[in-house]
Design a protein around this ligand. Structure first.
Ligand SMILES: [Cu+2]
Length: 285
């Protein structure tokens, strides 16, 4: 096989892998080998973020890069010392100055309008159907289902040596107590921390909010489809920053009700052991 054929085949398989990757059906939402682009959206929040990035910013950025590169190439070729021995002495050009001020302003407005709309949309939901309070600790997460008395628990990473792939557990992503949430429900998420600053992040949901001691941050999600979704702490918070994953299992409303009954029993004894005393009194309980 000639070298060229070999490289041609390698390129072809690379391109086909990339283009096939989004179609590969994984049972959960791990990042996939050779994956490009953003994580598949599981909420309207992430759908809007994906649209903003893929269908608006990407076109603007590409056009600007092509335009600036073309300008540079043109200047280098047309106005180098050999091609243009007598440079122009022009210092001002009214039309040009107006154009290079007004066009960037228009571009910024085109970006700003949908951007602010989305920020307000992501900020809060008028009438949440349920509330999940998340507390960041060094180095694990605490979850409180505020509408369901006694469903409070801590969630730790499952150590690598205990990971059981046959149960669908994932190295560095699976936790001992999974956060179970219903689909098609407006879920308010309150985020705080008890020691240092963490950040609660689940890419498929389009959420990334700082968890700050003494402060209650808020966001919301509405999950479209059942599945297991992963996230990680995204604010460097100490030596085990990389070992406090978030594992969310989205289920139907009926399954969620069933889970609540089990969870009340399961966490009846552990719920009170949450290190509340560590947490600042945020005024929201
Ligand atoms: Cu952290």
């Amino acid at each position: 096989m000639t070298k060229i054929t070999y490289w041609g085949m390698a390129l072809f398989s690379f391109i086909s892998t990339i283009s096939m990757a989004p179609m590969a059906a994984f049972a959960d939402d791990r990042a996939r080998p050779t994956q490009l682009g953003l994580r598949d959206a599981a909420t309207p929040q992430m759908e809007r973020i994906t649209w903003f990035h893929d269908s608006l910013l990407m076109y603007i950025i590409t056009a600007i890069v092509i335009f600036v590169t073309a300008l540079l190439v043109w200047v280098v070729i047309r106005y180098n010392e050999k091609a243009n021995p007598k440079p122009s002495k022009t210092t001002h050009h009214v039309l040009l100055e107006v154009v290079w001020t007004v066009i960037p302003i228009i571009i910024l407005i085109v970006i700003a309008v949908p951007s602010f709309k989305m920020l307000y949309y992501l900020d809060r939901v008028e009438e949440p159907e349920m509330t999940l309070k998340v507390t960041g600790y060094q180095w694990y997460w605490g979850y409180e289902y505020q509408d369901h008395e006694g469903v409070n628990f801590l969630s730790y990473l499952i150590p690598e040596e205990e990971i059981d792939e046959s149960k669908g557990q994932r190295r560095l992503l699976s936790t001992d107590n999974v956060v179970v949430l219903p689909i098609d429900t407006n879920i308010q998420i309150l985020i705080t921390a008890a020691d240092v600053i963490h950040a609660f992040t689940v890419p498929a949901f389009g959420i990334k909010k700082d968890a700050v001691p003494g402060r209650m941050n808020e966001t919301w999600i509405r999950i479209d489809k059942p599945g297991t979704y992963y996230g990680q702490c995204s604010e460097i918070c100490g030596k085990d920053h990389a070992y406090m994953p978030i594992e969310v299992k989205a289920v139907t409303k009926e399954e969620f009700k069933k889970w609540l009954v089990q969870a009340k029993e399961k966490f009846a004894s552990t719920g009170s052991r949450l290190p509340y005393e560590l947490a600042f009194n945020t005024g929201v309980q």
